[in-house]
Design a protein around this ligand. Sequence first.
Ligand SMILES: Cc1cc2nc3c(=O)[nH]c(=O)nc-3n(C[C@H](O)[C@H](O)[C@H](O)COP(=O)(O)OP(=O)(O)OC[C@H]3O[C@@H](n4cnc5c(N)ncnc54)[C@H](O)[C@@H]3O)c2cc1C
Length: 471
Amino acid sequence: MVVKKPKIVIIGAGMAGLTAANKLHTVTGSKDMFELYVLFNTLMDHAQGKKLNDPVSDTEKSELYSYYHKLAAKASNLSATSVGSFLRQGLDDYWSSGSEKKQEELKGYGKWSKKLLEEGIFAMHENAQRTYTSAADLLSLDYRAESEYQMFPGDEITIAKGYLSIIESLASVLPPGTVQLGRKVTKIEWKPERKNHEPMNVDNGYCSRPVKLHFNDGSAMSADHVIITVSLGVLKAAIHDDSGMFYPPLPSFKSEAISRLGFGVVNKIFMQLSPTHERRNEHSKGLFPSLQMVFHSPQSEMRHKKIPWWMRRTATLCPIYNNSSVLLSWFAGKEALALESLRDEEIIQGVSTTLSSFLSHKFCNGNVNSEDKSQGYGVKFSKVLKTKWGTDPLFLGSYSYVAVGSSGDDLDAMAEPLPKDKPLASPPLQILFAGEATHRTHYSTTHGAYFSGLREANRLLQHYHCLGIYN
Ligand SMILES: Cc1cc2nc3c(=O)[nH]c(=O)nc-3n(C[C@H](O)[C@H](O)[C@H](O)COP(=O)(O)OP(=O)(O)OC[C@H]3O[C@@H](n4cnc5c(N)ncnc54)[C@H](O)[C@@H]3O)c2cc1C
């Protein structure tokens, strides 16, 4: 009898999928031990690296800045429902601790009262937090779970050769044909229970490979083990739209965790300054400063009505590195989604209008006319590049967060392989789950995805008693 090698198929060639493949291959040499495939449908190009330059220099702003961060740090130690409600309570306490002093009108800030300014600065930090966490509304971000989230030690970095270089390096060890592009999985059939008449055999304990994958081109493939690394957004769509992606459907512990956890939309826009701008500013210190933008709260009198609504919760507009002619802004929630359907000219117009209300004529060396003013004081853009994570059917969002009503236990449930608790009744480890949304302490990040890929590769290596032999 021919003994078949176990066949492992990984769905998704992002950080989690390629890390799992890399580990399975480099530990065992998949040619000898496993038949290994990584299937995916799109080239992954998450633009990476976020940087907040130049903390606001004004004393008032700095005072609130440090207060906000103290509050945010404290948020991980106390019990409350959402991060949003905790922070707002903290702001009220801040005001009530010295209300008389803090109500005065501010000299040099136009119509801003001190309270209005503080409200605006606080909202700016909240808006930055929305992009870090992907929670559209901080009132939906679970308060207790924040204490479990672990920051990775060290500074955030921008990878010089781009994030893709890491992905390419992981994939480079895999034999040709292992990674297959353009293979969109539409249905996953698995066997939660063994039928009585199905005989067992000696190699994997079961007669046929228990998982069958169907693709959008009508083809199919069977496997012993499938590691699913698709995003939480794709999994949410799979269970909510009754799309029949899983047959039989996922057990309730899994589908409930998928529903409860949060998966938000965060997008970036990159804007290229036009060569005219570069020429006019060639003698100045830098091409463009790092801007932190403070808006009036929507409840207060709305000034500068021409600033589009989708810009009003944007915290920063910064060069991607010192003196770069490319500026970057982050967007979250419905503003991020709206951006996806805007035309480039609409984005340029909206950002320019916003800038014209923030920048003074000093910015372009006093050399300004009325047309300049309406166009953002000489800041002109020639190109826009934007991400579209919310509407891309292969992502349906950006990264996960622990929503109010879910908890770290749901992230653990995401990582549970299927079938669960029935090792003798059906073939074990048919469907394994990796991806950022399966990591309890590093969810939402590339390193979370990386660790999850290692975890699932190790789970299979352990199952086949390879750990310890090969590493
Ligand atoms: C704007 C933005 C900024 C970010 N900034 C940072 C940062 O600064 N630091 C950080 O650590 N993290 C950051 N992240 C998060 C990080 O990029 C992700 O957490 C990580 O890349 C997720 O990797 P993954 O392997 O879990 O999933 P993914 O990269 O989403 O991989 C899933 C794969 O599954 C494929 N797929 C989906 N459906 C199917 C299907 N039906 N059939 C076949 N294939 C399918 C997709 O094509 C994709 O290849 C950012 C993310 C975004 C969107």
